[in-house]
Design a protein around this ligand. Structure first.
Ligand SMILES: NC(=O)C1=CN([C@@H]2O[C@H](COP(=O)(O)OP(=O)(O)OC[C@H]3O[C@@H](n4cnc5c(N)ncnc54)[C@H](O)[C@@H]3O)[C@@H](O)[C@H]2O)C=CC1
Ligand SMILES: CC(=O)C(=O)O
Ligand SMILES: [Mg+2]
Length: 604
């Protein structure tokens, strides 16, 4: 287990350590090759002597800031974003603190390189850019090995956070088979950088169940199982074997499901949510962040939830996740039933507006189906629905680029003063509309947030027509899932309840820049992401305590104490002094046996 905090804290000994000296039993080149302990040119004179490093390093001792400066120059010299992504991956394998510090210091610039859209490109090219394995590969043909293979990564105390995918519906780029491991890794990098979840206490997992992506099946270099996806009972049993093994081996771990296909995402979440601390990012994370953006939008338009009329285009995992979160918020706010609240939401998918007449509605879509007889003689495409419904909120989670046409947007804007339009499909090229178009078509009136980052848009939309620049918020679950995860981990939540999610939405919404200025972004940006995560985590913990699902001892009751307690346990990318200890009797961490994502050096 990561060593107890040796630095004085008013809370005494904290469950998770983030400061004080690190004990280390490694020396020489083994130490230099261990990304968790390696400091490269920043090892001090004393450390060079104690750990046998003199002669293995050039003599000049540098600070972390100087290293960041050099690394940034190297990064900037890369010819394109995919090379930059590869450069960062390799840095993570060499020196974890430097990697995270570089990211921390240049987060606004690098966010899109380590996450969507560039990570999507890396995933699509996984078998071609592959250099070394990272994370846990479990495959359905070796289901009997799951327990053993998972057990290699630590003792029951070692893992706090697991991200698992089956690679079926990665970002907006569909089935990527075993390349999905990179989304698990990317989401975990974000939990560390955005929320300070300790990067050595996490586990990225891919469940390789085959792939239906013909390009991958035909690719001789494809690294995953070269067979069609297994479905049905064998699939369910495999997922269950994984969940049970993970719970048994790492009973403290919170399980984050990512990018499963629509039916599986829901089914799996519904099955395990009442039993274990788990979370589906595409369903719940997207629902939470979008609701926070809607709250900000309604604040600007001076409307309330009871005024909301929301059309969602693309009623899959994310679309229905958003619908659920918003419906529940309306029901609570208005004191009405969920059925009644669902009447403020219209879902559109491939058949057009989802009505009771549409065959093969999924169980998750059914509560939102509009009465078939009301729509019998009406067109049900997006334009027709916008004309009929006059929505004030339009969401895109369809992966259909340019689906929000000028006609549709202008039609919407003809009924509402400030249309709230959120094209959320990733990566960038799949957005239902781009901010510049949305703002131009609405004379700057649209309140926009997008799934991937966009540059600010300039236009003559200020007072008396002067040119202003509008910064567009990124409405991505990355705003909220790191804080929800941190809060759940720190309070050792037994379950992740609805109230914890609602609390997280509140934490994000109250930090929205749009609350103070109606041309500011609807959501807080990456520059303040650690503050957002600390706030979200604190709120999640408070809700967990109220609901009786927090199991950690000694959680402060006072709000500012609690926030301090959270912040003290957030991992930071700084070098800690290394203290040599003999191998015999050393902890697993000191022996370098703790998991280091990006390194196999710790595997048995
Ligand atoms: N911004 C964010 O935080 C998030 C964004 N997303 C993005 O949302 C998109 C959807 O993701 P998922 O919901 O996971 O995928 P999904 O496959 O579950 O859902 C997509 C839905 O769009 C529908 N669709 C496809 N073509 C359509 C058309 N021509 N007309 C109407 N509906 C159509 C599909 O039938 C499906 O129901 C992806 O691009 C993903 O990257 C997903 C999660 C979070
Ligand atoms: C953001 C995210 O989780 C997705 O696009 O799938
Ligand atoms: Mg996702």
């Amino acid at each position: 287990m990561v060593s107890q905090d040796k630095s004085p804290s008013k809370f005494g000994s904290l469950p998770l350590s983030t400061s004080g000296p690190l004990e280390c039993a490694l020396k020489g080149t083994v130490l230099l090759n261990h990304p968790y302990f390696n400091k490269g040119s920043a090892f001090t004179h004393q450390e060079r002597r104690d750990f046998g490093l003199a002669g293995l390093l050039p003599p000049r001792i540098q600070t972390l800031d100087q290293q960041v400066q050099r690394a940034y120059e190297q990064y900037s010299a890369q010819p394109n974003d995919l090379s930059k992504n590869t450069f960062l991956t390799s840095m993570k394998e060499q020196n974890q603190v430097l990697y995270f510090r570089l990211l921390h210091d240049h987060l606004s610039e690098m966010f899109s390189v380590v996450y969507t859209p560039t990570e999507g490109e890396a995933i699509q090219n996984y078998s071609r850019i592959f250099r070394r394995p990272d994370g846990v590969f479990l495959n359905i043909n070796d289901a009997d090995r799951v327990h053993h293979d998972l057990s290699l990564w630590g003792t029951p105390d070692d893992i706090d956070y697991i991200v698992v995918t089956d690679g079926e519906e990665i970002l907006g780029i569909g089935d990527q088979g075993c390349g999905g491991i990179l989304i698990s890794i990317a989401k975990l990098a974000l939990t560390a950088i955005c929320a300070g979840v300790h990067p050595n206490r996490v586990l990225p997992v891919v469940l390789d169940c085959g792939t239906n992506n013909q390009d991958l099946l035909d690719d001789p270099l494809y690294l995953g199982l070269r067979e069609k996806r297994v479905t049905g009972k064998r699939y369910d049993d495999f997922v269950d074997t994984f969940v049970k093994a993970a719970r048994k081996l790492y009973p403290k771990a919170y399980i984050h499901f990512e990018d499963f296909g629509f039916d599986n995402a829901r089914r799996i979440l519904d099955k395990y949510r009442p039993e274990i601390p788990c979370f589906n990012d595409d369903v719940q994370g997207t629902g939470c962040v979008t609701l926070a953006a809607i709250f900000s939008g309604l604040h600007i338009t001076k409307q309330k939830l009871e005024d909301l009329r929301m059309v969602i285009f693309g009623a899959g995992t994310a679309g229905v996740g958003i619908a659920d979160q918003v419906r529940d918020a309306i029901a609570t706010d208005r004191g009405i039933s969920k059925e009644e609240a669902a009447k403020q939401i219209w879902l559109i998918d491939k058949p057009g507006l989802l009505t009771t007449e549409v065959e093969s509605l999924s169980a998750a879509q059914k509560p939102f189906a509009r009465p078939g007889d009301e729509w019998k003689d009406k067109d049900r495409d997006l334009l027709a629905v916008v004309k009929e419904v006059k929505p004030n909120v339009l969401i895109g989670t369809s992966t259909v680029p340019k689906a929000f046409t000028k006609d549709i947007v202008r039609e919407m804007a003809s009924h509402v003063e400030r249309p709230i339009i959120l094209p959320l499909s990733n990566p960038t090229r799949l957005h239902e509309a781009v901010p510049a178009d949305l703002l131009n078509w609405t004379n700057g009136k649209a309140l926009v947030a997008t799934g991937s980052p966009f540059k600010p848009v300039k236009g003559p939309w200020g007072q008396d027509g002067q040119e202003i620049e509008i910064e567009v918020a990124e409405c991505n679950n990355s705003v909220v899932f790191p804080g929800i995860g941190l809060g759940s981990v720190l309070c050792r939540a037994r379950l992740v309840t609805d109230k914890m999610l609602v609390a997280a939405v509140g934490g994000v919404a109250e930090m929205s820049p749009a609350l103070k200025n109606d041309t500011a972004p609807l959501l807080p940006g990456v520059k303040v992401v650690r503050d957002v995560s600390a706030r979200v985590a604190r709120k999640v913990i408070q809700a967990a305590v109220e609901e009786g699902v927090a199991t950690e001892q000694g959680i402060p009751e006072d709000e500012s104490d609690l926030e301090e307690w959270v912040r003290e346990q957030m991992w930071k990318p700084v070098y800690r002094p290394l203290k040599y200890v003999e191998k015999e009797g050393a902890t697993r961490e000191a022996k370098g046996e703790m998991l280091v994502v990006g390194s196999l050096s710790t595997r048995d």
